[in-house]
Design a protein around this ligand. Structure first.
Ligand code: ADE
Length: 245
């Protein structure tokens, strides 16, 4: 899987991503991350200017079509190899785990990072397949959003995480939050690890974790629990579990 990030700040993207698990995935050749400097595609060799004032009034500067289009066009040779192209912007649909999973199946994704007031609409209309936001707040530029997305898409690619169990039970994989987890020692500050998790009984532990995960979701993200079709039996178990806390 290849990511081409079109940016005015390539080092921000590289410094963030060429580390730890994602850095190792790059070294192993499981993913390739190319940070393409949009300024390399300006006609203005002196100031490398890529932005200009808005037509129709309004404050600030807008990134121009030419450098954005040419940097994007440099990421592939033949038209049929055109990457799936994402524009990260606060106006996009909000990124979630389901999107990360489906994007992890692509072979080449280009991500355009805006700055200033954004990008001339004519070029985004022409080349963008999907506009995505990482949340309902505004960043100074698209780079942190691109990095967040690349991190979460990449960890869904086979071989990037050490084993598949690392993510099959984790939060957001099945519309719930992960159950609280514990490690040694068994007693800490007068608090015990739940007895069932120390019993060695896998079936009991699994059922305990299933209910603990539902209660965690109910307590922390009531909006998510509303979307699950829970049986009356599960609700009874959840209420009983809550009473033991
Ligand atoms: N650029 C500025 N704000 C953003 C956001 N919330 N998500 C994605 N890109 C952005």
């Amino acid at each position: 899987m290849k990511f081409s990030v079109l940016t005015l700040f390539p080092s921000q993207v590289k410094d963030f991503l060429y580390q730890s698990i994602i850095g190792r995935a790059c070294e192993k050749g499981l993913i390739e991350i190319d940070a393409v400097d949009i300024r390399d595609f300006t006609d203005d060799s002196r100031y490398r200017k890529v932005d200009d004032t808005l037509y129709g009034g309004g404050t600030g500067m807008l990134m121009q079509c030419g450098p954005v289009y040419d940097s994007w066009r440099s990421t592939f040779e033949k038209d049929e190899d055109r990457p799936y192209t994402i524009y990260v912007s606060p106006k996009g649909s909000v990124f979630d785990q389901e999107m990360a999973i489906s994007l992890s199946k692509m072979s080449h994704i280009a991500i355009i990072c805006g700055h200033y007031e954004g990008i001339d609409a004519r070029v985004t209309d022409e080349i963008v397949d999907e506009e995505i936001s990482i949340g309902d707040y505004v960043l100074t530029g698209g780079e942190p959003a691109a990095c967040v997305m690349i991190d979460s898409i990449s960890r869904m690619i086979p071989g990037v995480l050490p084993n598949i169990e690392a993510f099959t039970n984790e939060s957001h994989m099945n519309g719930t939050l992960e159950a609280p987890q514990y490690t040694k020692p068994p007693k800490w500050h007068d608090k015990d690890v739940p007895e069932v998790l120390m019993s060695g009984d896998k079936a009991r532990s699994d059922e305990y974790n299933r209910i603990a995960s539902l209660v965690e979701t109910w307590e922390k993200r009531a909006d998510m629990i509303d979307r699950l079709q829970l049986s009356e039996e599960d609700w009874t178990k959840m209420l009983a579990f809550k009473n033991t806390l």
